[in-house]
Design a protein around this ligand. Structure first.
Ligand SMILES: [Zn+2]
Length: 358
């Protein structure tokens, strides 16, 4: 791993220096971003492996399925997976997970996994107390899909010196997310990156899960039932359930029965219910607005939702960030890309996203 890692991360041939410059990184940061220098990671990986929870055969099979579906999904958008091995997957129980990722319980509460670029390894939080094996595997699949997208999006690495004097490595850019060395406040596009990552992860995990209807049946039914109980009155699938005879005051048994019918008659796209339980809901809401408007205002180049999605996925996985930047600026006006980078939830961006403009 120590010697082979640099080959996995050749300097990117993409001409995205321009975008980095526009985002205000210093010349030193730019130089460091191009350096690839890995040392002393093997012992850390060994230490992680020692404490790992052993994955079941089923989970190993699901891991391969996630990798295959991510590849197939990207291919459908005309994007090739980066030419590097799949990341190693290590699962930890709660305490080890928190320790290994160096976070506190509170900060880490909603994080099920983390991708460690220097080790090319995904560390997952292993849910020992999930209500069923299938529910646990369902979370396993989705978290793995999310972290695998991050792993596929790694573009450049840079060396930093830890407080103890060891060399450690930091990514410079992961997907759309650009880190600034020693200055996290200069980090760019983290919200947009998580929104796009989660969107792609939802597609991938839905494909894996829907291809295994027997294994995930109980989890799917319970999710649909939960959706019926919590969706707004006018939500389309809830309205359909009401038309099929379901009432909000119905018992759990009757609600489950309707959920099963919705699933079996294939009327209910599993993703509709499941998305509500996925992460970065707020970020994805803004992203949807951005995507809808790009499609609406550029009907010739981005006439279908899938054209717009491909634009974002290309930028994230293929590295064509300038292309995305140009489309954004052309669509919403100069300076919009910077707003997305620095102030994703800000009022200025929101105003530009409102329709009404040509
Ligand atoms: Zn993430």
């Amino acid at each position: 791993m120590t010697t082979s890692l640099p080959e996995h991360f050749p300097p990117s041939p993409q001409a995205d220096d321009e975008i980095v410059n526009r985002l205000g990184l210093s010349a030193d940061e730019l130089r460091l971003a191009k350096e690839v220098h890995v040392q002393g990671t093997e012992h850390l990986l060994e230490r992680l492996r020692e404490r790992a929870v052993e994955l079941t055969d089923k989970q190993r099979e699901l891991s391969s399925a996630v990798a295959a579906e991510l590849d197939a999904t990207l291919r459908a958008y005309g994007i090739g997976m980066p030419d590097r091995p799949a990341p190693e997957v290590i699962a930890f129980e709660q305490a080890d997970f928190l320790e290994s990722t160096g976070r506190t319980e509170t900060a880490q509460q909603r994080t099920g996994g983390i991708f460690i670029p220097a080790l090319h390894t995904i560390v997952l939080r292993y849910l020992k107390k999930a209500w069923s094996n299938d529910a646990r595997n369902e979370t396993f699949v989705h978290t793995l899909a999310h972290e695998s997208v991050h792993a596929a999006g790694i573009r450049r690495m840079q060396t930093i010196l830890t407080s103890k004097g060891d060399a450690a490595i930091e990514t410079h850019r992961s997907g759309l997310h650009i880190f600034a060395l020693d200055n996290p406040e200069h980090s760019r596009f983290s919200d947009l990156d998580e929104a796009v990552t989660e969107m792609l992860a939802i597609t991938v995990s839905n494909r894996v899960i829907r291809a295994r209807p027997e294994q995930f049946r109980t989890t799917m039914v319970s999710q649909i039932a939960h959706y019926l109980r919590h969706a707004p009155d006018h939500a389309p699938w809830r309205t359909l359930a009401v038309r099929m005879g379901w009432r909000p005051t119905d018992s759990d048994e009757r609600t489950s029965a309707i959920a099963e019918r919705l699933l079996d008659e294939k009327k209910f796209p599993y993703s509709v219910g499941r998305e509500r339980f996925r992460s970065y809901v707020k970020q994805r809401r803004v992203l949807k607005k951005i995507m809808d408007e790009i499609g609406r205002r550029n009907p010739n180049n981005y006439g279908t939702p899938s054209d717009v999605e491909a634009l974002f996925y290309r930028a994230m996985i293929g590295g064509t960030m300038l292309e995305l930047g140009r489309v954004v600026e052309k669509t919403f006006g100069a300076g919009t890309f910077r707003l997305m980078a620095e102030d994703y939830f800000g009022k200025d961006l929101q105003e530009r996203l409102e329709s009404g403009r040509p």
